[in-house]
Structure formats: structure tokens, C-alpha cells
Ligand binder design. Structure first.
Ligand SMILES: Nc1ncnc2c1ncn2[C@@H]1O[C@H](COP(=O)(O)OP(=O)(O)OP(=O)(O)O)[C@@H](O)[C@H]1O
Length: 579
């Protein structure tokens, strides 16, 4: 019961936002249309059961006229007019195709809405980074966000809709056939007690028994499926990691080691799947067995009345159909159990990821950043920065970074210089105190250049849209940073991280600064792959082309440190780097 409640909570948490969003109108219209068509389909199925009764009975009586009317025209009975089999079948076909089409349309729109929302939340609020550093300390699981967004949203939307419509259709089927089954069943006498509608009682007992046994056998599949998804994603990530670092792996002769690590990940995939197979095998015996049994069982029980001459062949067939429909409707749990376990695992992963994002988004550490006038200094007051495990990295930092001056932050490796920059940027979640930052364009560049996927122009202009920068300016800037030999390839899509040397990538970063023209630039060892002369030339380029720029650098090189007017030792606020 508890797990049912949790599933419902997760489902509500994930579905409600779409059906109350700005797209709610189209969502409800589509859902209502699909429900309406589903209802019509069940109605058509019930009508068909009557027309089948008529033409089977006509077949038995060798009555050609009734047979043909039962197939192609209308038959009048004392209580109703029944359309012929084909008169019902053709519109049903149309309804069925449109029900599927509209269901897919709703599915696609819902997926689009969820993908937009999750991507926006993940990237707009820097949650991708904040989740990555916080992950080990979170209650909810938030592994493989790429898989959550690309695969799980699709699976969630598709399976939620199909399971929901399945339940609705089974409920309507049950309501439509239960009276029919009762009426056709007749009664039997057991130990002197007359039981009316006995076929219905058998269907009810059969389904209750089947559902309980199936749930007890299959419930272990849910955690196994969650583990399987995680193992698959870890394996895939391992492969992508090797692809992205193929150069370093080849140079360090690490092929064998990588193979060993990847095979280790694959064996988790393999072992867990063996567990799923074993469970699915037992579940298969049950669901397939119960399915096969139920149809034949109905025929067997019903044939007793047929051979006793109490019902016609047509009524027998209608009875068998009514029994299977009622029993199918009640047997949702046992027949759909494998699909439900997969859906439940999916819902649980996606809800967990969404909860993590919501939790981190509201833990607004950025509130400690206070905006001041555009030409003011950056000031920190009692700023304390922690590591993700809660240990103190920097305590009580009270410093001023004066606007308009070149500043260098110094300190031994690991004391927390880069993390201090992240705190200033407002993306480090484990921070307390106050930071006064000017209302100005601020840019941070890290030691490892980041080049987005796409053209060289895109990589140069990032995060500004390349269309916003005139072509001559792109060429001029490539020339300024010594990359004019790449000008002809500025619109070529390539893996630029692999094509450019680390030094070339760092020069490209300086071109990016010239394009973005910030008022403050934070350079975290951004010239570590350049020679001394080259790095000083690039710094001069910034000073020359962006006159009001304040440069804040982190560098271990004395010559570059000497180029800065102000030196601030971050190390004196640290209990010391870890050894
Ligand atoms: N994402 C993270 N998760 C866990 N620990 C982290 C993370 N980022 C930084 N740290 C830890 O914080 C400490 C400071 O790291 P930081 O990169 O700020 O040092 P640094 O002074 O810039 O070092 P260096 O001069 O070597 O670049 C290190 O002990 C590091 O392991």
C-alpha cells in the first residue's frame, strides 16, 4: 500500500505541472478526445459481441439470410437493433487509428514541454554543476541526468499515457460486459445453493487470485529495473569517456586498463540482467499461463450449458468473449505487470531527479551575493567556503578586489583559489557570508578551456550567439590571438577540443574575451599552456582592447604574477591544503 502511495505521489508530482501549465488547454482537449475515442471503441466492441452472436447462431442454423444481414446490414431483435459486423468494424478502424494518432500527439507535446522545462531548470540555474558537486550528499538519486532527460521523459510520458488509457479502457470494458456476463451466465446449484451469474463470480475470483500471485512474484523486478538503467547508463558513459580521451589513453598505453574498467561496468549490466531474466521467467510462467488458461477455461465451463442445449453456439461465443473481457479488465495487474514494473522504475528515477533539481533550486545560495554599483569593488565579508563533504576550505575571507586594477590571487595548490572564484561567481553551493559584486559584465574562464559542440565561430563567440558578431570581427580577432590560419575554417563543424592544441584553445579563449568585452575577467590559470612571452602578449591585448577591464588572475608563474598591481594571498584563509 505504501509503495502504491509513493507511486501515486511521484506520478502526481511529475504530471500535474503539464496539465496546469500554459499548454493545459491543448493537453486537456487531446486527453478528452483520446478518452472519448477509447470509450467509442469499447462501445463498438460490445456491439460487435452481439453481432457475432447473431451470425454464429445463423451459421449453426445454416440461415444464409440472417448470416449475411448479421455481417453486412442490421438485425432487429426484440430489445434492440444491432448493426452488422462490418458496419461496426469500418468506423472502429477509423476511431482506432485516430485514437492512436491523438495519443501520440499528446505524448509528443507533453515530452516537448517536460524536456524544455527540465533543460531550462538544469541549465538556467546552473543546476548541472550544482547537482554534480552535491550529488554524493543528496538524499535522492540524481545520476546520469542525460539519460533522465533524453530517455526517461520519453518513457514516462509514453507509458503513463498508455497505462492510464489502458486502465480507463479496462474499466469501461468491465462496466460494459459485467451485466452481459451476469445475464448470459445463468445459474448453477452447488450443494443445494443456487448461485446466479456464476460465470461472473468465477471471473472475479480468478482475477483476484492471479493479481495477488503476480504481484508477489513480480515486485522484486522494480528495484532490479532501476539498477539496470543505472548500470546501462554508467557503461555508456564509460564508453563516451574513452572516446573523449582516446588521445591520452593511447599515449599512456592505458587501453588494457580501460578495457578492464569497461568490462567491469558491463559485468554489472550482465549480472543484473540475469536477475531480471530469472524474475521475468517466473512472471512469464504466471502471466502467460494465466492468460492461456482463462480463455480455454471459459470455453470449457460454458460448453456444459451449450451441450445441455440451454444456449446457442452464438451465445456460447458471446459468453466466452464476455468472460475474457471481464477477466482481462480485472486482470490489469497480472497481465501488465512487466510493463508496470518498468514504468514504476522510470517514474521513480525521473521524480527523484526532478526533486533533486527542485531542492537545489530553492536552496538559493546566491542570496549571499549582493549587487552594488557598476563601478564598485568586489568585497567579501566573513565569507566561508566549504568542501562538498562539509570540511572548511576557506574561512572568514574579508577581502576587497579593487575595480580597475590587475589583481592576482595566490596560494599553494589545493588551498581553494578556483573554488573561491566559483563562490564569487555564485555557483558554489557550500558558502556562507556576504559577497558584494558590481552590476557589471563579469566573465570567468577556467584552466581547462570549454569549447561547445559546433563551429569554430561558435566556440570563439560563446556564450554570445555567433550571428550577433560580424564576420570581419571574427576574422580580425582570430588574427589578433594568432589563429588566423584557422579563419577559412571558422564555419566548419568539428571536435575543436581534439583538433586544437591546448595552447591554441587557450588563445581562442582570449579571443572570446575580446568578443564578449566583459568589465571584469577572472582568469584561472588560463595561460598555463603558453610560453611566458605569449601569455604576456595576450594580457597586453586585453588591456589594449578593453580599456576599463579589471583582470583577476590565478597563476603560479612569478613573471605573470609580477604583471599584476595587487596580490592577494588566498592561502592565509585556509586551514591548509589536504595532504
Ligand atoms: N567538485 C568538487 N568536489 C569535491 N571536492 C572539490 C571539488 N572542487 C574542489 N574540491 C576540493 O577543494 C579543494 C580546493 O580546490 P581548488 O581547485 O579550489 O584548489 P586550487 O587552490 O585552485 O588548486 P590549484 O592551484 O591546484 O588549481 C581541493 O581539495 C579539491 O579537492
Amino acid at each position: 500500500m505504501k509503495s502504491f502511495r509513493a507511486a501515486f505521489d511521484d506520478l502526481w508530482y511529475l504530471s500535474r505541472p503539464y496539465f496546469t501549465s500554459e499548454e493545459k488547454k491543448s493537453a486537456w482537449v487531446l486527453l478528452t478526445a483520446v478518452l472519448g475515442l477509447t470509450l467509442l471503441l469499447v462501445g463498438a466492441d460490445v456491439l460487435q459481441s452481439f453481432s457475432r452472436n447473431i451470425f454464429y447462431t445463423a451459421l449453426q442454423q445454416r440461415d444464409v439470410t440472417s448470416f449475411l444481414r448479421g455481417l453486412f446490414w442490421f438485425v432487429r431483435t426484440p430489445s434492440m437493433i444491432i448493426p452488422g459486423f462490418f458496419i461496426i468494424t469500418l468506423p472502429s478502424l477509423l476511431i482506432s487509428v485516430y485514437a492512436t494518432y491523438l495519443q501520440q500527439l499528446l505524448q509528443l507535446r507533453w515530452r516537448r514541454w517536460m524536456t524544455h522545462r527540465m533543460l531550462a531548470q538544469w541549465l538556467d540555474q546552473n543546476l548541472a554543476f550544482r547537482i554534480a558537486v552535491t550529488r554524493a550528499h543528496l538524499k535522492e538519486t540524481s545520476d546520469n541526468p542525460d539519460q533522465r532527460i533524453q530517455e526517461d521523459i520519453d518513457g514516462f510520458v509514453r507509458d503513463t499515457l498508455s497505462q492510464f488509457l489502458d486502465i480507463v479502457s479496462r474499466t469501461i470494458t468491465f462496466v460494459s460486459y459485467v451485466g452481459l456476463l451476469w445475464a448470459l451466465s445463468g445459474s448453477i446449484t452447488v450443494l443445494g445453493v443456487r448461485i446466479p451469474g456464476y460465470f461472473l463470480w468465477i471471473a472475479l475470483l480468478y482475477s483476484a487470485f492471479a493479481s495477488i500471485v503476480t504481484h508477489l512474484t513480480g515486485r522484486r523486478l522494480i528495484p532490479l529495473r532501476i539498477t539496470q538503467q543505472k548500470a546501462e547508463a554508467d557503461f555508456r558513459y564509460g564508453l563516451v569517456h574513452v572516446r573523449d580521451h582516446a588521445d591520452s589513453i593511447a599515449l599512456s598505453g592505458g587501453g588494457d586498463r580501460e578495457k578492464h574498467l569497461l568490462l567491469g561496468k558491463f559485468s554489472s549490466v550482465y549480472d543484473n540482467f540475469l536477475g531480471i531474466m530469472t524474475r521475468t521467467k517466473w512472471l512469464g510462467f504466471l502471466t502467460d499461463g494465466l492468460g492461456t488458461l482463462s480463455g480455454n477455461f471459459a470455453l470449457l465451463v460454458g460448453s456444459i450449458r451449450y451441450f445441455a442445449g440451454k444456449i446457442t453456439f452464438g451465445t456460447l461465443m458471446q459468453l466466452v468473449q464476455a468472460f475474457s473481457r471481464v477477466e482481462e479488465a480485472l486482470g490489469w495487474i497480472w497481465s501488465a505487470y512487466p510493463a508496470i514494473t518498468e514504468w514504476r522504475a522510470n517514474v521513480s528515477r525521473l521524480a527523484s531527479f526532478q526533486r533533486t533539481m527542485d531542492f537545489i533550486a530553492v536552496s538559493d545560495h546566491d542570496s549571499l551575493r549582493e549587487k552594488s554599483a557598476s563601478n564598485s569593488d568586489i568585497v567579501t565579508e566573513n565569507l566561508t567556503v566549504l568542501r562538498p563533504d562539509g570540511s572548511v576550505l576557506l574561512s572568514n575571507v574579508n577581502i576587497t578586489l579593487p575595480q580597475g586594477q590587475d589583481i592576482v590571487l595566490t596560494g599553494a595548490s589545493g588551498v581553494g583559489k578556483s573554488t573561491f572564484l566559483r563562490a564569487l561567481a555564485g555557483i558554489w553551493p557550500f558558502t556562507s557570508g556576504q559577497i558584494h559584486v558590481p552590476e557589471a559584465r563579469v566573465m570567468f574562464l577556467s584552466q581547462r578551456p570549454y569549447l561547445p559542440l559546433g563551429t569554430l565561430r561558435e566556440a570563439l563567440c560563446y556564450p554570445v550567439a555567433p550571428e550577433a558578431v560580424p564576420d570581419e570581427r571574427v576574422c580580425r580577432i582570430l588574427d589578433l590571438v594568432g589563429l588566423s590560419f584557422l579563419a577559412d575554417e571558422r564555419d566548419t563543424e568539428a571536435r575543436w577540443t581534439e583538433r586544437l592544441s591546448p595552447g591554441e584553445q587557450q588563445r581562442l579563449m582570449f579571443g572570446r574575451i575580446l568578443i564578449n568585452r566583459p568589465e571584469w575577467i577572472f582568469l584561472d590559470e588560463t595561460t598555463s599552456n603558453l610560453d611566458q612571452e605569449g601569455e604576456i602578449r595576450l594580457y597586453d591585448l586585453l588591456r589594449e582592447h578593453i580599456p576599463n577591464l579589471t583582470i583577476v588572475s590565478i597563476t603560479h608563474r612569478q613573471a605573470l604574477q609580477d604583471q599584476h598591481a595587487v596580490q592577494i594571498d588566498i592561502g592565509c584563509h585556509s586551514p591548509g591544503p589536504r595532504v
